[in-house]
Design a protein around this ligand. Structure first.
Ligand code: AMP
Length: 283
């Protein structure tokens, strides 16, 4: 594996691959790699001859009171995992390389960022979409891989690629979980042992809601209100817990066949997100 920090060097290497017609896959990350990230890498390896992984903790997608400074940075261990996974290139740019000057242009998002994480993290998705756009232009992959764990992010990326005519395929990869169901996340390392013991209740709550919906419970507000109250009683602060149409992310309405339960909840200062898809039989 080559570790490259420079855009020109990366472009020249990739130009050689492209001239040889090698399919190129790209996995953007913020590092502190866990098995969720590695599942994206494995899926990418399966689909393409060449795999580029980027690690960049992007300052513009963190709010002023968020965890940019404390975000776990473990580049050496990350690089070792990527070598073991037979990745071709780790792109590891500095902030100065990615933002040599103050950006005056960014990606604007309409509608898809009004609710859920977009509501509780103003500016987050604009920062995320802009850095992904820059990375797509630098790497110019044939395909890119994103986790379904960040469902709203994936929806925004798909829309961006479609609306702005990026010539690449986007693959969503199912959420990788710990044995007790907790979705893997770099932020799980912030949890105290007590909080870690409570954390799987978020996913259990999504499973319970799904169970009731599949059984035919029609009152989604009642389900989510009760579930939020139970989470709060267990020590969470529930930021949102909603049931949406999984294609549009609009609130679910009768007749929708594919739903998604979306949740964000804090344990202390640690913000956890998760989601669960429900396929209903169309009668
Ligand atoms: P991050 O480093 O948190 O920005 O995540 C980089 C990519 O890994 C994103 O596409 C995430 O959706 C994905 N990802 C993070 N956690 C998981 C997980 N538990 N399972 C699958 N994909 C994940």
């Amino acid at each position: 594996m080559q570790t490259i920090t420079d855009i020109i060097q990366l472009r020249s290497l990739i130009a050689g691959w492209r001239a040889a017609d090698h399919p190129i896959a790209f996995v953007p990350t913020m590092g502190n790699l866990h098995d969720g990230h590695m599942k994206l890498v494995r899926t990418a390896k399966h689909r393409a001859l060449k795999v580029v992984v980027s690690i960049f903790v992007n300052p513009t997608q963190f709010g002023p009171h968020e965890d940019f400074d404390n975000y776990p940075r473990t580049e050496q261990q990350d690089a070792q995992k990527l070598v073991t996974a037979d990745v071709d290139v780790l792109f590891l740019p500095s902030i100065d390389i990615m933002y040599p000057q103050r950006n005056l242009i960014s990606i604007g998002i309409h509608e898809l960022n009004q609710d859920y994480c977009g509501k509780s993290r103003p500016g987050h998705f604009e920062g995320m979409a802009t850095i992904v756009c820059k990375l797509f232009n630098i790497v110019q992959p044939d395909m890119a891989f994103f986790g379904e764990k960040d469902f709203q992010q994936l929806a925004i990326i798909r829309q961006m690629v479609s609306d702005l005519n990026f010539p690449l395929l986007i693959y969503g990869v199912p959420t990788q979980r710990e044995d007790d169901g907790l979705a893997m996340s770099s932020r799980n390392s912030y949890l105290t042992p007590q909080q870690r013991a409570v954390a799987p209740k978020l996913y259990q709550t999504l499973l319970t809601i799904k169970h009731h919906i599949v059984k035919g419970e029609p009152d989604f507000d009642q389900l989510t209100n009760q579930a939020s109250a139970e989470l709060n009683q267990a020590g969470f602060f529930t930021e949102y817990l909603n049931i949406a149409n999984s294609d549009t992310l609009q609130p679910a309405s009768p007749g929708d066949n594919t739903l998604i339960i979306l949740a964000a909840a804090k344990l202390g200062n640690t913000r956890l997100i998760d989601n669960l898809t429900i396929h209903l039989n169309s009668a």
